[in-house]
Design a protein around this ligand. Structure first.
Ligand code: SF4
Ligand code: SF4
Length: 151
């Protein structure tokens, strides 16, 4: 009899709905609300590459030594430089970094003697094309500019 009454009054359905509505309270939401809420990545996370510049004058810290390119097992870094005829020093002309082939091992970062090349905690590297995954000097110095969303 009890079973029949439960069926007639849809008790199981109502119980299920109650569980659903009870968990609508924001304090029970465990799903990350990305991109509105950005996740915190681990302290040692290695993400988007960056070429650091001198904060005082904006000049690159890169001395075009090519050590990062030599250290990279994927050969994905190309350092373009030319020698200044007056100072006789190498000057950085271009720098390309193919993020689509990078495995974020950090060997290039470790090889850099002047802390210019850095793997940052930026994690948004998606692109619409393969060419877009190749970052040039300007992109590497400015860093990624992901869209920021608000609730
Ligand atoms: S993180 Fe590793 S694979 Fe990526 S560029 Fe640096 S050395 Fe190469
Ligand atoms: S190792 Fe550092 S200084 Fe040398 S070319 Fe690479 S980024 Fe520039």
């Amino acid at each position: 009899m009890k079973k029949l009454l439960r069926k007639i009054f849809l008790a199981d359905l109502l119980e299920g709905l109650w569980v659903t509505f009870r968990n609508q309270d924001p304090k029970y939401i465990v799903t990350e609300q990305y991109p509105f809420a950005r996740p915190k990545v681990g302290e040692r996370y290695r993400g988007a590459p960056r070429l650091n510049t001198n904060p005082e004058n904006g000049e690159t810290l890169c001395i075009s030594c090519d050590l990062c390119a030599l250290a990279c097992p994927e050969n994905l870094i190309v350092v373009g430089w030319e020698r200044n005829a007056q100072t006789k020093r190498k000057e950085l002309v271009n720098f390309t970094y193919d993020t689509s082939r990078c495995m974020f091992c950090g060997l290039c970062e470790d090889a850099c003697p002047v802390d210019c090349l850095e793997l940052t905690q930026d994690f948004e590297l998606a692109n619409y094309s393969r060419d877009g995954a190749i970052w040039d000097r300007q992109m590497l110095e400015e860093g990624p500019k992901p869209a920021r969303y608000k609730f």
